[in-house]
Design a protein around this ligand. Structure first.
Ligand SMILES: Cc1cc2nc3c(=O)[nH]c(=O)nc-3n(C[C@H](O)[C@H](O)[C@H](O)COP(=O)(O)OP(=O)(O)OC[C@H]3O[C@@H](n4cnc5c(N)ncnc54)[C@H](O)[C@@H]3O)c2cc1C
Ligand SMILES: *[C@@H]1O[C@H](CO)[C@@H](O)[C@H](O)[C@H]1NC(C)=O
Ligand SMILES: *[C@@H]1O[C@H](CO)[C@@H](O)[C@H](O)[C@H]1NC(C)=O
Ligand SMILES: *[C@@H]1O[C@H](CO)[C@@H](O)[C@H](O)[C@H]1NC(C)=O
Ligand SMILES: *[C@@H]1O[C@H](CO)[C@@H](O)[C@H](O)[C@H]1NC(C)=O
Ligand SMILES: *[C@@H]1O[C@H](CO)[C@@H](O)[C@H](O)[C@H]1NC(C)=O
Length: 600
């Protein structure tokens, strides 16, 4: 998810008010209609539980926080269990292991886009970490903190800060759990220290895995930095067992000084490398159609500097659904009428509004008075005020709320080796010269977010120092409906992933991004060997993890329109949409790419 621009188009009458007061909008008929149609007895605004069960918790379904997986499937399970202690967790894993039943850890909000959180088959067991949410130990002297795996990043950060400690580089959204974010290699942005990924700061872990009958069918593995297998367990896709506790190395709490610098993108390819080395928390948001980049000039300052700034991006705030309804309706209309110009104009005005309102930054938690914004790390690094929103019967929601699906999108995120970044950026610019309006849609959802991550010792972590590119864009409710300029975006994805060897974020992306992905990890065999030792019967594996790990078939799903959904790379016209005049064609800059191009 992108954070710079509100994750929705601002209607013109709200241009000066990124978050119009809901009171006024309440009067609008559109809201009342949606209210009646959609509320349907659900009276709370924090996100719904992604796990739903029939009475008695006997048959259950699990989806993600957006309410939709890549293939639009829903996953089933025979039941869900909620361990409250490690002892209970052990006995639940033992039950599954003894009966060779498939099992999977699931989290409070289930934010991963691919079907990572589904137990294999339909009869599996979901082990929710919802009630494994305690801080176990804060060791202020050694600056270490041990938490249960279901703890939300929000609570981890705040507890650390109360003890004068900080975890410097974390994902920008704090509604994720420690277990889930580690399993997918989640990250913030930095080339300093060990880099921007959280798993680099794990110093110990307790993980519950299957075991022999003699051992009681399940056991805890207590891993520390001297155990080689920590490199498997830190980023595990959830296939090694259920992580019970994690110990993180923290630092003394510090403050940050942040300024967004707007520049044209003429020298972006050269600037990126320099910028990442210069600023500890630097990232860049690129608006290629506007030929503009926002550089997040963000550095550490001593804790005694004055300032209590807050980073509260619009896209992660409680948002009136009327606003989301109207922006979705506008974009659907623009797609239906092929109104590229309209999208570009809206993107420009949304970007201006965001820039004027400092992208949601405030100097003291209430108002923005000017750059730099100085604030404690825990208020500047990760956000998500919509999670703390009051229950207001769905008047306001987190923008991506699964119940309303008003922000219905694809997200592609891959990391490219730093040495190849300039060539990638040049290729994107070449495509834009051919189709200057092609990427306006990306700018409506916040531009392309670029973040730094360093090479990792984790077997499924980044293989070299890299820059991560994150794209969020329109998804049609109709799986067979092509999108404006989809060929250009498909080509960019294939250039990043295949021409330059990009590594897809494990918790994001569409299926095709994971084509033969395991071959990009030189230590994959070490990971798989620990997987065989920890879980010889593969009860923690599902079809998806088997495919991405190269153990069963490939991730492609071939069917009519599959390329539109990113389930395949097209090789025949019917993978696109011949009836809408979208045909499978080679790329314009990268000839090996195959994309769905409009020939109207
Ligand atoms: C608004 C938003 C912003 C985001 N921003 C960022 C960002 O800035 N940077 C970034 O890198 N990512 C970001 N993400 C993606 C996010 O980091 C990943 O999707 C993350 O994995 C989600 O964590 P989760 O707790 O929801 O885990 P889930 O998606 O529920 O689970 C992920 C995987 O972990 C496994 N798992 C969970 N808990 C355990 C456990 N205790 N033991 C073993 N396995 C476990 C699950 O089985 C599953 O396979 C963002 C997502 C959203 C919705
Ligand atoms: C299902 O599980 C949840 C979570 O533990 C619990 O609150 C609820 O009471 C259970 N429902 C039934 C019918 O057992
Ligand atoms: C786990 O390992 C650590 C480090 O080796 C050790 O200090 C700790 O006592 C162990 N904990 C248990 C419960 O075995
Ligand atoms: C981009 O900005 C630089 C100065 O920062 C300027 O020299 C250059 O002419 C600008 N390029 C364009 C295309 O506006
Ligand atoms: C902040 O602390 C440092 C060292 O602890 C001290 O030298 C400096 O004078 C302090 N600055 C302010 C503004 O208090
Ligand atoms: C922030 O500053 C403004 C203006 O000085 C003030 O009105 C407001 O109350 C302050 N907010 C907080 C939380 O201190």
């Amino acid at each position: 998810m992108k954070l710079l621009v509100p994750a929705f188009k601002l209607s013109h009458n709200s241009m000066d008010l990124p978050n119009p007061p809901s009171g006024k909008l309440l009067q609008t008929p559109i809201l009342i209609i949606f209210f009646l149609v959609l509320v349907n007895g659900v009276f709370s605004s924090p996100p719904a539980d992604p796990i739903q069960c029939t009475s008695g918790n006997k048959t259950c379904t699990i989806t993600n926080s957006y309410g939709i997986f890549n293939d639009r499937s829903i996953c089933r399970a025979s039941r869900v269990v909620y361990p409250t202690t490690e002892q209970e967790l052990i006995s639940m894993v033992a039950t599954a292991s003894k009966s060779k039943t498939k099992v999977k850890a699931a989290t409070r909000y289930s934010h991963s886009i691919p079907t990572l959180a589904c137990p294999g088959g339909q009869e599996g067991i979901i082990i929710s970490t919802n009630k494994l949410n305690r801080v176990v130990k804060v060791d202020v002297k050694n600056r270490r903190m041990t938490v249960e795996s279901g703890v939300l990043l929000r609570d981890l950060i705040n507890d650390a800060a109360e003890n004068g400690l900080a975890l410097p580089y974390t994902p920008y959204w704090f509604g994720i759990t420690v277990g889930g974010l580690l399993a997918t290699g989640a990250h913030g942005s930095s080339l300093w220290q060990k880099g921007g990924a959280v798993h680099e700061y794990v110093v110990a872990m307790r993980i519950v895995t299957p075991a022999t009958a003699k051992e009681g069918y399940a056991k805890v593995r207590n891993l520390s930095e001297s155990d080689e297998e920590l490199d498997a367990a830190k980023v595990s896709l959830g296939v090694l067992g259920v992580v019970s506790q994690v110990t993180l190395q923290l630092e003394p709490l510090f403050k940050r000084r942040l300024t967004y610098l707007s520049k044209n993108d003429s020298d972006l390819e050269e600037e990126l490398l320099r910028f990442g080395k210069e600023h500890e928390f630097g990232d860049v948001t690129w608006f290629p159609a506007q030929k503009k980049a926002f550089y997040r000039v963000d550095d550490r300052v001593p804790i005694n500097q004055t300032g209590n700034g807050l980073n509260d991006p619009f896209a992660l705030r409680s948002t009136p659904i009327a606003q989301l309804v109207s922006s979705r309706a506008t974009e659907e209309l623009q797609e239906a009428t092929r109104d590229a110009n309209g999208k570009c104009l809206n993107a420009q005005s949304a970007t201006r509004t965001s820039e004027t309102s400092a992208f949601g930054l405030t100097n003291n938690g209430t108002i923005f008075t000017g750059y730099p914004v100085i604030g404690p790390n825990n208020r500047m690094q990760s956000s998500g005020s919509c999670l703390n929103g009051k229950e207001d019967a769905l008047l306001t929601i987190c923008p991506y709320d699964s119940r309303l699906q008003l922000l219905f999108f694809y997200e592609t995120a891959f990391s490219i080796p730093l040495s190849k970044v300039p060539s990638f950026v040049k290729d994107v610019k070449k495509l834009l010269e051919l189709e200057p309006q092609a990427l306006c849609g990306l700018e409506l959802t916040g531009g392309i977010l670029l973040r730094y991550i360093k090479a990792s010792s984790a077997y499924l972590g980044k293989t070299e120092d890299m820059l991560d590119f994150d794209f969020v864009y329109y998804r049609s409710k109709d799986p067979l409906a092509p999108r404006l300029f989809e060929d250009i975006l498909e080509e960019i994805e294939q250039i990043g992933l295949f021409k330059y060897g990009g590594l897809p974020h494990w918790g994001k992306n569409r299926n095709f991004a994971f084509n033969k992905v395991i071959n990009k990890y030189p230590n994959a065999n070490k990971f798989l060997s620990w997987k065989r030792k920890y879980d010889p019967q593969g009860i923690f594996a599902n079809e998806w993890t088997d495919k991405v790990l190269g153990l069963r078939g490939d991730v492609t799903i071939l069917r009519d329109g599959c390329a539109l959904e990113g389930l395949c790379i097209c090789s025949e016209d019917h993978h696109c949409s011949p009836t809408s005049k979208y045909y499978c064609r080679p790329g314009k800059v990268y000839k090996q790419a195959m994309v769905c191009a409009f020939e109207g």
